[in-house]
Ligand binder design. Structure first.
Ligand SMILES: [Fe+2]
Length: 135
């Protein structure tokens, strides 16, 4: 069962970003599959794949925002930095202690709640600006 399911209402109206968000959702779902299997080594490997995709995706968004002279770029970048930091902290804690109930809840809060909130409330704001620089 996927934990995050893509909905059309999550679309920011820019194909390249929507496609990356969908891929991000796929990777989050893979991670929760792994968590339900309970193999720490596999979880860490998937978390590393997810983290590197997050870096790639955030960089892509930030480049487009910069190109569009988006006035909220710095605040947006700070949200990205915060998220990357949290993912890295969680990875460290999983690597030390494995995945317990508390960590699973934290993963849920970060990778489901935060991510959907970020996509639908923060990313959507750059859409009118970025649309002007993507063809
Ligand atoms: Fe973003």
């Amino acid at each position: 069962m996927p934990v995050v399911v893509w909905k059309d209402e999550y679309s920011v109206g820019i194909k390249v970003i929507d496609d990356q968000h969908k891929e991000l959702f796929n990777r989050v779902n893979k991670l929760f599959d792994d968590v339900s299997q309970g193999n720490t080594k596999t979880i860490l490997t998937t978390m590393d794949f997810l983290s590197s995709y997050v870096v790639y995706h955030f960089d892509a968004e930030e480049q487009l925002m910069a190109k569009a002279n988006y006035p909220e770029l710095e605040n947006h970048r700070k949200e990205h930095e915060w998220f990357k930091h949290e993912v890295s902290d969680l990875r460290d804690s999983i690597s030390k202690d494995g995945v317990g109930v508390t960590t699973t809840l934290k993963l849920n809060k970060l990778l489901v709640d935060w991510l959907i909130n970020h996509v639908t409330k923060t990313d959507i704001k750059f859409a009118p600006f970025v649309k002007q620089v993507v063809s």
